[in-house]
Structure formats: C-alpha cells, structure tokens
Design a protein around this ligand. Structure first.
Ligand code: PEP
Length: 253
C-alpha cells in the first residue's frame, strides 16, 4: 500500500503570525476530520520552520522545507543546509520545484546533488518534475519528464530511490487555475512509475508515492486523486486556506 500524501507548499507567503494561525487551524481540522491514513505535510518558508515545529510536536503532520543547499556547510551566504533543517525538526524537503528551476536556474545535475545531500542525512525529498506548456503542445512531455527523472534520480541506489516522493507538476498548471485533466495526470504518473520500474524493478516503483501538483482545489481533487497512480497532491495556492487544504485531503476518503 502506497502512502497517501497531501503536502502544502506555502511558497513565499504568510508572516509568522499568519503561518501560526494557519498551522493551528490545519492541525485542529485534521484532528477532527481527517482519517489517519492521509499524511499531511506543511512546507512553510524557512524562517517559520522552527516556530511551526514547536506547534506540531506530537502531531502526525510532517514539516517540510521548500529547498536546501547542495553543500553541507561553509561559506554559502544565504543558503540553508540539510543539517540546519533537521535541527529544527524538518523531515521533508521539496526539491526541483519548477519555480526554483526557472527563477534560480536549478538544473537536473544540481538537483541530483541536492538529492544526495538530503538522502545522506535522512531528509525525505519531494522531487518535482513536469513540463512547460510548449513541450505539452508538442506532445513531447513524456520524454521531457523522463529526462528530468533520469538525470536527477537514476544515479541513486534502489534503497535511496525508495525513500523519495515524486511530484508531477505540469508547469502550465501551476498557479494558473488550469489543471491537467484527471486522464493527463494519471497518464503521466503511469509513465513515471513505468520508468522507475524499468530501472529499479516493479516492487520499488509500486512503493513510491507520486503526487500531482497544479491548481488542485477542493472541487477537482477527488477526480484527480482517483487515478490509480495518483497518490496525493502537492498543493500551492489552496494550501494557504485551512478549509481548502483539509477538504483536498478529505477527497481521499
Ligand atoms: C505548486 O506550486 O507546487 C503548486 C502546485 O501550486 P498551485 O497549487 O497554486 O498550482
């Protein structure tokens, strides 16, 4: 049985006070309303991690960062290491989000290094992949995503790759209000799982959770999550509202 996961990527949103209110609401609603088999993860900005860890102590909700350095320590002004993240209770890290790839020019090669450092120190990477609109329009999305996966993941051992969560996020659907159809999401998730199976074996591929991201909302989550290879969602905009985030997670039941 694969884990069902709903992760919220807050991006660069929420002051500390706003983030604390949102966390408190999510925590209480999850306790009251969510079945125990859905793993929630909150990925706030770095600066709120420590405070939110305090609020989430004893709760099953996981804490994730939105990025980490590929370096372990040293003279890298403005960067945040995996060890620092772990020291404030972080368990997950989003790597390769399309905004990092586009705005900060993160390459597949750099992401391979970030994956190495995160895995070496025991963080669970949420590895994002996905194609831009012009690639989808040329129907070249399968090869594009397979290249991202091959170049960033395929140097990993079977044991390490089994620890990763994959998030398929078509760039044209992120923050645009345009969602991939449930069929498009399922198709790509199946392509990804097949690719992982061809390299690592079906047992490894079957155990990896593959999340969909891109304008998931309470009113479309159920349909998207129904895909047999869709194991949850990476949620941007809708994770900033506790009611929407919890309603999305409830779409699994
Ligand atoms: C994201 O940024 O990972 C994302 C999926 O955003 P949104 O849900 O707002 O499209």
């Amino acid at each position: 049985m694969r884990k069902k996961i709903v992760a919220g990527n807050w991006k660069m949103n929420k002051t500390l006070e706003e983030g604390q209110s949102l966390t408190s609401e999510v925590k209480h609603m999850a306790e009251d309303e969510l079945p125990g088999d859905v793993q929630l993860i909150l990925c706030p900005p770095f600066i709120h991690l420590s405070a939110l860890h305090g609020m989430l102590k004893g709760s099953p909700i996981g804490l994730g960062a939105q990025n980490c350095s590929e370096q372990e320590s040293g003279a890298y002004t403005g960067e945040t290491s995996v060890a620092m993240l772990q020291s404030v209770g972080v368990k997950y890290v989003i790597l390769g989000h399309s905004e990092r790839r586009e705005q900060f020019k993160e390459s597949n090669e750099l992401l391979a290094k970030k994956l190495d450092v995160a895995l070496k120190q025991g963080l669970v990477p949420i590895f994002c992949c996905g194609e831009p609109l012009e690639i989808r329009e040329r129907e070249a999305q399968d090869a594009y995503v397979q290249k991202q996966i091959e170049e960033s993941l395929f140097h990993l051992s079977k044991e390490d790759v089994s620890k990763i969560i994959v998030a398929y996020e078509p760039i044209w659907a992120i923050g645009t209000g345009k969602t991939a159809s449930a069929e498009q999401a399922q198709e790509m998730h199946a392509v990804i799982r097949k690719q992982i199976a061809s390299k690592y074996g079906q047992d490894v591929a079957d155990a990896i959770s593959i999340l969909y991201g891109g304008s998931v909302k309470p009113d479309n989550a159920r349909e998207i999550f129904a895909g047999e290879d869709v194991d949850g969602g990476l949620i941007g905009g809708a994770s900033l509202k506790s009611r929407d985030f919890i309603d999305i997670a409830k779409s699994f039941s």
